[in-house]
Design a protein around this ligand. Structure first.
Ligand SMILES: [Zn+2]
Ligand SMILES: [Zn+2]
Length: 336
């Protein structure tokens, strides 16, 4: 299961109610921040989620509305003692801009208190655990090197406890071996094959985040059959010419992508201040009914069987796993 927390849902400039692009993805004990628009640090505080384990940042592309918040966030995070290192992933273009921001502005003459790794991505898997992988794919927007990201849980065969019971498989390491695909020999000499106690493959949850996009036909294969697609809807169809000019998507265009790719749920973000949320929703739902328009602090779970569920929004002092975290940060003035 993946959990999404939207920290900023506005395009290009913030509005009263919407911060700039940033989103947290939680998978098991891992956290990934996707993009870090200006003001993200404060959005994290307001969400109550804290800075703990916030050591992987994925950048979709180098536009300022997706990276400027790194300056403030990093100047705080490097003083956060429980963070050992920080990794920022992105295309070369995005990383060059991030590098300028970090080393020419934020930490200009300072020795870094913790290692910051910049990982130049090309297409493919760049992070993997036993349970899930994260991969990057190219998208067309403005500038060379715009990326989308795919979070993919691994396919699993469920352990059929009743069958194991009937065959007399004891609890403990024998069951773990069967789950790993190894046969076992019982005390009475019978050999049990994994196929006898494992069900058919169950596909893991798939979550696709496109970042800013100006075209959809070149990403159909990456998006196909996702449980959740998060993409942008900067414009409405009435402004389709502007969308095309600036390499962005309309709500209708995003909905057509969701329908063609047969995703289960569509979540729209990166809204222009020109658009009203209900117009964006109506335009998309006319084509793809299972559409949400994300607001700042909206949370969603993505489950391989239950699909997408909207959770109660994260709010200041709300679900605070680590709300006191901010207080533990050394607040001595920065002298940069
Ligand atoms: Zn943008
Ligand atoms: Zn952009």
């Amino acid at each position: 299961m993946f959990e999404l927390l939207f920290l900023g849902t506005s395009a290009s400039a913030p509005s009263v109610h919407r911060g700039l692009s940033a989103q947290l993805v939680m998978a098991k004990e891992y956290r990934f921040l996707i993009d870090c628009g200006e003001g993200t640090q404060r959005q994290i505080l307001r969400s109550g989620i804290g800075f703990k384990r916030l050591n992987r940042i994925l950048i979709t592309h180098g536009h300022l509305d997706h990276i400027l918040g790194l300056a403030g966030l990093l100047s705080t995070l490097v003083r956060w003692e429980s963070l050992d290192e920080l990794t920022i992933y992105g295309s070369r273009w995005a990383l060059e801009r991030v590098q300028d921001l970090i080393y020419r502005v934020v930490f200009r003459n300072e020795r870094l208190p913790l290692p910051i790794h910049l990982v130049d991505l090309s297409e493919g898997v760049f992070f993997e655990t036993d349970d899930f992988s994260v991969s990057a794919f190219p998208v067309t927007h403005r500038g060379a090197g715009c990326l989308g990201y795919i979070f993919q849980e691994k396919t699993r065969r469920p352990f059929l406890a009743e069958k194991a019971e009937a065959l007399g498989v004891p609890f403990g390491p024998e069951r773990a071996r069967l789950v790993r695909g190894e046969p076992i020999t019982l005390a009475d000499g019978r050999v049990i094959q994994p196929d006898e106690v494992l069900g058919a493959d169950v596909r893991g949850a798939r979550y696709v985040h496109t970042g800013d996009i100006g075209r959809t036909e070149d990403i159909l294969e990456y998006v196909r059959d996702a449980h959740a697609l998060v993409t942008e809807a900067t414009y409405l169809s009435a402004d389709a010419d502007l969308a095309q000019q600036f390499g962005h998507m309309t709500a209708a265009g995003a909905a057509r992508l969701a329908a063609e790719a047969r995703v289960q749920a569509l979540i729209l973000t990166h809204l222009s201040r020109r658009s009203r949320e209900r117009d964006v929703l109506a335009e998309a739902q006319a084509i793809f009914p299972n559409t949400y328009v994300a607001r700042d602090f909206d949370r969603f779970s993505i489950h391989k069987e239950r699909g997408v569920t909207k959770l109660a929004p994260a709010e200041a002092n709300g679900h605070a796993e680590n709300s006191e975290a901010a207080l533990e940060i050394d607040d001595s003035p920065l002298e940069l």
